[in-house]
Every structure is written in structure tokens, then in C-alpha cells.
Design a protein around this ligand. Structure first.
Ligand code: BMA
Length: 827
């Protein structure tokens, strides 16, 4: 029986400097929680996400903290174990119960269970958890283990704590402490189910399920409790899909494996490939006819593999589910909040729904964050989102000696066991960017004889996966190549990260690469206006104000934003134009990349965009900002992740229309491809039958009359097939003759929100309705729509607020690329 200890907690600073800032008395605390959120709730600090508060709150990470509570407890019954369970402690903690040391822990990524039978007292018990200042702890551990390269002000690689909590190139330095997951007393007798690994192998249509059940025994009986003896055998019963298996387990035996054959189960598929049937799996332990413990989760029947077959030019890297190759339409996932205890099931649900609505089928949980909660993986199971899970190593060299070695092994074993039941979990991956770090960022030279983590990625972690969950593929690193002789970021092999584009090159340089599997690439843009103006004071709304710079963490980020814009749009005339132009450019950059990469399937077998989400209000690579609002990039992702996509691509024979069909039905239709001028006059036309195989592409070379412009500044190609359109402009906007938008727009209130109808009288490019500027909680159903002269679009706005619909038509809300060009007469 679990008794959650979530009441009567207090927190107190132990460091003298902090005691001068805070009141002398302890402050009420929330568990699960964190110091920052406790101080915020107590009104002792401002919101760390707003203005420049990050700067004034750095002392929190330099402070030792003490959490304390009291609780009443019954004495343990005869033969009963009473365990104190911490699902997560952040991070270097000393645990004391009634004045006795229970344990010292050093790893945020593990859970802990202690037998405290002998420490409990009848009546009031006092539990104290003291945390060492996390910045000093990292510095001390780094000095003890040997300083190694990393990408932060602090050596996060010396401590097993969420790396990005020390700040990242999108994350604030809010180095927190706290009991970040539930804590409870667990009273149990006889035996306990400590873990279940349901491992599935398919034999043609039938499943062989090996249910590995780890058991913990209360210990030799020193008496009898309710007729149960701790040294009596137990019966373990597994039930799934109408099948039942039993085994009798002798006392003290630490594990049992029950093999269940399930005839022709309905298969679980990633979304877009089929349904996601889930089957409850129940494991029950009983003795003498009474149930002792029970475990229940939903599982899904499917296989997953990585096809890495060598080819004449490189080697494949393709996810294969149930024998079918799957093109990964994905995004990288970071912790959705710097204080992850605030991410509840509903918030995970919103984010996952957003990923699904954008057409994604994969999320990559990045190694600088955390193993996410059960809710995350369960929702991905339901939604059909594959999960690529990094082990928690990112952009740094890690010591391979004790004590870290033991911590890494323990945390990895726990994570692999815990997540093994989730059909969504598709790949375990060793690390984020540590191979390029070692090979290309100068670590090799700096490290000398120090270890850097290689043994984890090539030996320890794959061995743990092979032992505990051989049904999942393992990849050594993101990026990595199959042989140490190759560049880990080689585009012909394995996974690749493309970062030179954002850092140094124009986004058209994405076309220089055809990676096998792109697990990171991205382009920055600011958060939505509502999020930005919630976080930044009104007098700081300029792109290089101190507050804006604090909310832009990328190395030279603003200069890269400006450089990224330069080839496409003129320098923005105002802050508001800067905001719109950089948002638009971010969207276009990523869409340009995705269309190019998808048009190169199946050689390229996945695009995982850096990054889906943010953890606070910041200018970043995210598609969904720190307040959960959709940036223009989100809509560009949705367009470019469509099941059926049209794109005009350069091919050796000239411009071609590439049609990509990511469905199981052949796409047969007629393509109408036109070269027109900006006024809508058709200059050339090509009509062709289009036949795109299921899960395939078709390439139609364009006739010269269509493919070659007479006047590039005033012409474009539009290709229409069914409801899909590709627009291809011969000139960049800055060099085009796009005119001031000429719109006939009407807005009206409708049930649940507003309807905005826009008719373009001239060519309007990338029309967007930035509804958050009117109602921060409003959402629009589409953005970035290009209209030819005479065409109409209807936007549907979801909003619970009553306002004058005309507000939606103001030029700051109804945006287009045309507005960013120096005024040219209406065409
Ligand atoms: C890669 C990621 C992150 C980083 C991103 C943007 O390095 O793995 O570490 O935030 O690029 O720079």
C-alpha cells in the first residue's frame, strides 16, 4: 500500500548568503516540486521566465537547501516491509528519517527505495532531504573526476542531473533543486513486483511474448502475517489478449519469465501506417489464493528494427516497423519546462496532439534532458508516435570511472526496464553529439588520457539494451556512422545533424546534403508575439535589448538571424517587422529543407527537426513556443509533413515537380503546372497524368516553357494536383516585384471564435493570421498561405474572447511576406 508523502513540506536555505535574502523561517514547499517554484509560490522571487529575472536568481543554484516534512505512521506489521520510495531527487541529496541517515543519492535520473522499517516511530516521523548546491556540486565533482569538455558555464557532465538545467543555447540557467517526482511509503509483505519487461517477437502473424518479471522478496520470515509466510512460494499469473500463463516461483527467486503466445494479434503501427491497438497486460502475484501484488500496463504488438544495410555508396539508416520501412517525420523533444514536475499529463497531451496535428510520426527525446514520465510514453503509444530515446549524454565528455560508471549503469538499467512495455519506444540511442565533439570539436586534444564516454556508447549501453530489451534497436550516437573510421556526421551513413546551415550558410545549402537520416537540423525564430510580450517588458521590445538578448541564448544568435534573412528579405524596418520576418524565415528555411530531404526518399529516411518545443519564452529553433503557442514554423511543418506533398526541385535535367505519396494508396491524378506572372497571367502550361506509387515518389520534369522564366522578378510556377499545390518563385522576395498586398478581407464572429475570409486581388505570399496578437489564447487553423490573384482563403479562429472582429484584419495581425518588401505599387 502506498502512502504519498506530499503534505506539510517546507524548504529552507542552508547557505548563509541565501539566508540573508530569504526570511529566517522555512517556506511551505510542494512535493513533487523544485526550489524555484516553491519560492515563486511563496512570493519570494519573481517569475524566473520573465524580464531579466534569470540574472537575479542565479544565487539559487549556489545554495544548499533543506526540505522537511512530518508524517504519522503505523508501526510495521509482522513481516511487513515499509519502504521509503523517491521516484526522483534533484540531485545530490542526503536523506534523514527521524535523525538517522537513510542514504545519500547523486542521480536525478534514478528512483530510490529504502527499507525504513527500523527507522519509523509510532506517531510523528520527521523526514529531511538536504540538497547540495548544484553548481558547487558539479564543480567539485568535475575537479574530483577530472575536468572534461562541455558546452556550458558549468560542468554538467560531472553530475547526473538534467544537463540543460545549467542553461543551454535555448534554455535559461535556472539550476534548481528539489524532490521532483513523488515520494511515498510503500508497505508490502512477502513479495513485490519490482519490474516487468514484456518482450515481443513476431513469428509471422503470431506474437511470442516473454514477460520478464523481477521480484523482490521481503526476506526470510521472522513470523507469520495473516497466514502468509515470506518464505512461501508465490504464483505469478500473466494475462494478456485472452491468454493466461502461470508459474510458481520459489521464495527468494529474483525473477520469472512467462512465455505467452498470442495468435494473430492486431498490430500496433506508427500513425499513418495503421492503427494503435493496445492490449492490457496484467501480472499478478498471489499466494494461498490471495493477491500479493499486481502490475498492469497496455502493450502493443509490433516489431521495430533499423535497416543499416551497406550500399555501394554508404549504408542505409531506415526505421522498419512490422517489416515496413517508415520515413520518420519527426521533431526533437526537449523538457517542456525547466521545472519538469509542472509537466502534467494534460500538458504532455497538448504537445503530443500538436505533434500529431503537424503530421509527425516520431519524437526524439534529446539526451540533454530527462527520461520523460510514464504519461509521455503512454500518450505516444496511443497517438502512434514513435519515440527515439537518447540516453542522457549531450555535447560533453563523460568520465567512465566510478562513481559515475555505476550511476550510469543503474540509471540505464532502470530506464530500459521501465520503458520496455511501450510500443512507441523504437530506438535507444547512446548520446547527443559526443562523437563529433570528440572528433571535431578539439576534445581529443584536450582530454589527453581522460576517458570521454566511448565505453558507454559502444559497450555498456548496447550491452544493457541487448540484455534487458533485445527487441529494440540501439544506435551509438546522434549523429554517428557505423564505423569509427568514418566521420560520425557523414551524410552517407547513419544519422546526421546539419548545423552549418543555421550557423554559417544560407538555408538553400540544405540542398547540398542528402543524409540517410537527419536527426537534427533547424533554424531559429522568435516566440509568438503574445509569448514574447508576456516575457519582455514593453520598453525592451527591440531585438537587441538586454532582456531580448537574455532570451536569445544561441551563440551570436541575432547576427545569424540577420544573416539568414539577408538573401531572402530586406532588413526589417521595425521590431514588429523583425519579429514577423524572422518568424517567416524560420518557417521557410525548415520547409525548404524538409521538401528537399523528403524528395530524396528513400535514400533519406527521416527528418527530425530541431526542435518541437521550448521550455520558456525564448528565441529558438522551436515550432511551439515556451507558452505552448504555435509559431509560423509549426504550420510550415504541417504543410511539409503532409501525406501527399508536391514540391518543385532542381534535378539534373532541370526543374521538376516531385510528388511524394506517404500513403498506402496509389496517388493518381492530373498535374496542372503553370508559369504565371505576378498578375496571374498564364505564360505557359503543362498538364500531365501523375501516378505516384504508394509510399513512393514520382518526378515530372518540367517542360522548358514552364521551367524557364522570362522575367524572374515577376514570375512563378504553380503546380496543382487535387488539393495540393506547390509554388515556386524564380526570385527571392527581396529581388522580386511582389507588391503591397491588395486584400478584400472580412471577419465575423462565429460560434467558438471567428471566421476570416481573405480574397487576394494581387499575388499574396505567405499570408498568416497572427491571432495571438488579438487574443493570446486564440488559435488559427492555418498560416502561410500563398494566394494567386483572385483566390480566396478562409481562416478559422478558435477563441473564447469577444472582441471586434475587425481587429483580425489589422496589418499587424493579417500578415504576408509582401508587407516586408519596400512599398511597391499594387500590381
Ligand atoms: C544541437 C542540439 C542541441 C542544441 C542544438 C542547437 O547541438 O543537440 O544541443 O540546442 O543543436 O544548437
Amino acid at each position: 500500500m502506498k502512502t504519498f508523502l506530499s503534505e506539510r513540506w517546507t524548504v529552507q536555505a542552508l547557505t548563509p548568503e541565501a539566508r540573508q535574502i530569504l526570511p529566517a523561517d522555512p517556506v511551505p514547499a510542494t512535493v513533487p516540486g523544485s526550489v524555484h517554484t516553491d519560492l515563486l509560490t511563496a512570493g519570494l522571487i519573481p517569475d524566473p521566465y520573465l524580464a531579466d529575472h534569470e540574472d537575479s536568481l542565479r544565487w539559487i543554484g549556489h545554495t544548499d537547501w533543506k526540505y522537511a516534512t512530518t508524517f504519522d505512521a503505523e508501526p510495521p506489521a509482522v513481516g511487513e516491509r515499509v519502504d521509503l520510495v523517491f521516484e526522483g531527487l534533484d540531485t545530490i541529496a542526503l536523506i534523514e528519517l527521524n535523525g538517522h541517515e537513510v542514504a545519500r543519492t547523486v542521480n536525478m535520473h534514478r528512483s530510490y527505495r529504502f527499507d525504513v522499517r527500523d527507522l519509523l516511530v509510532v506517531g510523528e516521523n520527521r523526514l529531511v532531504v538536504s540538497f547540495s548546491a548544484p553548481i558547487e556540486a558539479a564543480l567539485r565533482l568535475s575537479a574530483e573526476q577530472g575536468a572534461r569538455p562541455h558546452v556550458n558555464s558549468y560542468p554538467y557532465n560531472a553530475i547526473r542531473k538534467m544537463a540543460c538545467n545549467y542553461g543551454w543555447d535555448w534554455g535559461p540557467e535556472l539550476v534548481t533543486s528539489g524532490i521532483w517526482k513523488p515520494v511515498y511509503l510503500d508497505r508490502w509483505s512477502h513479495v513485490r513486483i519490482a519490474g516487468v519487461r514484456p518482450l515481443i517477437t513476431m513469428r509471422s502473424a503470431d506474437a511470442e511474448l516473454d514477460v520478464h518479471v523481477d521480484l523482490e522478496w521481503a526476506g526470510p520470515s521472522n513470523g507469520l502475517s495473516a497466514g502468509l509466510s515470506a518464505d512461501a512460494p508465490v504464483e505469478v499469473v500473466v494475462t494478456v489478449a485472452g491468454e493466461e500463463r502461470h508459474v510458481v516461483v520459489a521464495p527468494g527467486q529474483p525473477a520469472a519469465v512467462l512465455a505467452v503466445e498470442v495468435a494473430a494479434p492486431d498490430l500496433w503501427w506508427p500513425r499513418g501506417y495503421g492503427l494503435q491497438p493496445l492490449y492490457p497486460l496484467i501480472v499478478c502475484c498471489s499466494s494461498g489464493g490471495s493477491e500479493v501484488d499486481r502490475w498492469k500496463q497496455e502493450i502493443g504488438f509490433r516489431t521495430v528494427a533499423l535497416d543499416t544495410t551497406p550500399e555501394p555508396d554508404g549504408s542505409a539508416f531506415t526505421l522498419v516497423v512490422n517489416g515496413r520501412p517508415v520515413f520518420a517525420l519527426g521533431a526533437d523533444w526537449i523538457p517542456d519546462d525547466c521545472f519538469p514536475h509542472r509537466i502534467d499529463r494534460a500538458r504532455y497531451g497538448r504537445r503530443i496532439d500538436q505533434a500529431v496535428a503537424a503530421g509527425m510520426n516520431l519524437l526524439r527525446v534529446w539526451g540533454g534532458g530527462i527520461y520523460e514520465s510514464e504519461d509521455f510514453y503512454a500518450l505516444c503509444d496511443q497517438a502512434g508516435l514513435l519515440v527515439w530515446q537518447d540516453f542522457l549524454f549531450a555535447c560533453a565528455a563523460y568520465p567512465e570511472e566510478e562513481p559515475m560508471r555505476g550511476e550510469v549503469i543503474a540509471e540505464a538499467r532502470e530506464a530500459v526496464t521501465r520503458l520496455s512495455s511501450h510500443p512507441s519506444l523504437a530506438v535507444w540511442n547512446g548520446n547527443n553529439e559526443n562523437f563529433p565533439g570528440y572528433h571535431d570539436w578539439g576534445w581529443k586534444e584536450r582530454l589527453g588520457d581522460l576517458t570521454w564516454g566511448l565505453g558507454y556508447y559502444t559497450d555498456i549501453l548496447p550491452a544493457i539494451v541487448a540484455e534487458l530489451d533485445p527487441t529494440r534497436p540501439y544506435s551509438a550516437g546522434s549523429p554517428s556512422s557505423p564505423s569509427p573510421d568514418l566521420d560520425p556526421n557523414d551524410q552517407h551513413h547513419g544519422t546526421m545533424h546539419i548545423w552549418d546551415v543555421w550557423n554559417k550558410l544560407d538555408y538553400r545549402a540544405y540542398a547540398n546534403y542528402v543524409p540517410r537520416f537527419l536527426s537534427e537540423f533547424g533554424f531559429q525564430g522568435p516566440p509568438t508575439w503574445a509569448t514574447l510580450t508576456r516575457a519582455i517588458d514593453a520598453d525592451q521590445l527591440s531585438f537587441d535589448s538586454p532582456q531580448m538578448l537574455l532570451h536569445q541564448k544561441a551563440d551570436d544568435g541575432n547576427a545569424k538571424l540577420a544573416a539568414g534573412l539577408a538573401d531572402h528579405l530586406p532588413a526589417p524596418a521595425s521590431f514588429e517587422d523583425w519579429h514577423w520576418a524572422t518568424s517567416l524565415n524560420q518557417a521557410r528555411a525548415v520547409q525548404f529543407g524538409i521538401e528537399h530531404f523528403r524528395s530524396n526518399a528513400p535514400r533519406c529516411a527521416g527528418t527530425v527537426v530541431w526542435q518541437l518545443n521550448d521550455c520558456w519564452p525564448v528565441t529558438s529553433w522551436a515550432a511551439i513556443d515556451g507558452d505552448g503557442r504555435l509559431k509560423p514554423l509549426y504550420f510550415a511543418l504541417r504543410h511539409s509533413y503532409a501525406d501527399r506533398l508536391l514540391t518543385v526541385q532542381p534535378r539534373p535535367a532541370g526543374l521538376s515537380l516531385v510528388a511524394i505519396n506517404n500513403t498506402d494508396a496509389e496517388w493518381q491524378s492530373t498535374a496542372l503546372i503553370r508559369r504565371t506572372d505576378l498578375g496571374g497571367a498564364v505564360l505557359a502550361e503543362q498538364k500531365e497524368t501523375l501516378q505516384v506509387p504508394a509510399r513512393g515518389t514520382a518526378t515530372l520534369p518540367l517542360e522548358n516553357a514552364v521551367a524557364v522564366a522570362d522575367q524572374i522578378a515577376r514570375e512563378l510556377i504553380s503546380a496543382d494536383v487535387d488539393d495540393q499545390r506547390a509554388s515556386f518563385f524564380f526570385a527571392e522576395d527581396r529581388a522580386s516585384e511582389l507588391a503591397v498586398p491588395d486584400l478584400q478581407a472580412t471577419a465575423s464572429a462565429v460560434p467558438g471564435g471567428y471566421r476570416v475570409q481573405v480574397r487576394a486581388l494581387n499575388l499574396v505570399k505567405d499570408l498568416a493570421l497572427l491571432v495571438d496578437r488579438v487574443d493570446p489564447d486564440a488559435e488559427v487553423d492555418d498560416q502561410l498561405v500563398t494566394l494567386l490573384p483572385g483566390e480566396t482563403v478562409v481562416f478559422r479562429v478558435r477563441s473564447a474572447v469577444a472582441f471586434d472582429p475587425e481587429l483580425l484584419l489589422s496589418p499587424a495581425v493579417l500578415r504576408s511576406a509582401n508587407q516586408l518588401l519596400s512599398p511597391r505599387p499594387r500590381g
